[in-house]
Ligand binder design. Structure first.
Ligand code: ATP
Length: 303
């Protein structure tokens, strides 16, 4: 069953086309990664999905309803953490967690206490006095404490330190075990790679790829390091071989993923002594999409 079903979603800001016929489908029980560089259209998609922004055209079903017309009813069944967390400065973190939790149908005190402990948050401080990271923790705990069907996180760990990033991952894995659906928008590749069952990549308002991480590996290359009895010949002429380095009987290269089988057969004729094959990371996948642009702006895209 689809929890989110978006078809041909298009959005203009004035004359600027921010989303161009975006399709996105998230099934029940999935942790789905929505990734792309800054300005790609992730937040715009999420805001339309949540009924906070009007679309120009396309269809959207959220938990079986229409987010623009059924917003109040649907929001009781989901928890959303925006990228930029704005809280009531005069309320304490604990009060905000209680209030948001109650709006979503209540929660177990034990679950809240466990999360406060895990995220190391003091709930007695006023939100106005929290640091950015602590405000983010308040919003995350308020979402995680709720027993809802769908959790939507927009850049959830941008203000958290690495330890808290791990705590967030642990919490999402628990949601997954409970069979909940999670939509995670991020430009931190390792986070998406560690958590998500399926991903979709958006760039300049268009979905450019969609599938499981394994399905997307065909788009990239596998790195091979091999030691052989005889020096390997002929690799330099193969168009599926890249970044070739050879020193006598030691050879390193990358090979287009769909040619691995024939490559392994080819290598055996030289007497393989040892072979290490490393699958491509999501980061390499990204490089194949963003190419130079990604490499040059790596810091921007990694956040
Ligand atoms: P980020 O990772 O930086 O948050 P994003 O993928 O969430 O990026 P969006 O915030 O959805 O991207 O923005 C998509 C495009 O729409 C960007 O080019 C942005 O400048 C533009 N945009 C967003 N909001 C508005 C607005 N209110 N008016 C005009 N243009 C906008």
């Amino acid at each position: 069953m689809s929890v989110i079903d978006i078809e041909k979603l298009t959005k203009y800001y004035g004359n600027f086309l921010a989303l161009n016929e975006v399709d996105l489908n998230v099934k029940q029980g999935e942790v789905f990664g929505f990734i792309g560089p800054n300005g790609a259209g992730k937040t715009t998609t999420l805001r339309i999905l949540l009924g906070m922004l009007r679309k120009n055209s396309g269809t959207i079903r959220l938990l079986g309803g229409d987010p623009w017309h059924d917003a109040v009813r649907l929001h009781r069944r989901l928890a959303y953490v925006p990228g930029e967390v704005n809280l009531w400065p005069g309320l304490t973190g604990g009060e905000v967690i209680d209030m948001l939790g109650k709006l979503r149908g209540g929660f177990e005190g034990e679950r809240r206490d466990k999360l406060l402990e895990r995220f190391k948050l003091d709930p007695r401080k006023k939100c106005g006095a929290y640091s950015t990271g602590n405000r983010q923790k308040v919003a995350l705990i308020a979402a995680l404490v709720s027993d809802v069907e769908l959790y939507i996180f927009d850049e959830p760990t941008s203000g958290l330190d690495p330890l808290m990033e791990m705590v967030f991952r642990e919490s999402v894995n628990e949601l997954k075990k409970e069979g909940k659906t999670v939509l995670l928008s991020s430009h931190i590749l390792s986070e998406v790679e560690a958590l998500c069952d399926r991903i979709c990549i958006i760039r300049e308002g268009q979905i450019i790829e969609n599938g499981t991480f394994d399905e997307l590996r065909h788009l990239t290359r596998t790195n091979i390091t091999v030691d052989t009895h005889k020096p390997i010949t002929g690799l330099e002429d193969m168009k599926e071989v890249h970044n070739l380095i050879q020193k006598c009987n030691h050879t390193q290269f990358s090979v287009d993923a769909e040619k691995i089988d024939s490559m392994l057969k080819y290598l055996t004729q030289f007497g393989v002594q040892s072979l290490i094959s490393v699958p491509p990371t999501l980061e390499e996948l990204f490089i194949s999409y963003y190419g130079l642009e990604y490499t040059e702006n790596k810091e921007t895209i990694r956040g």
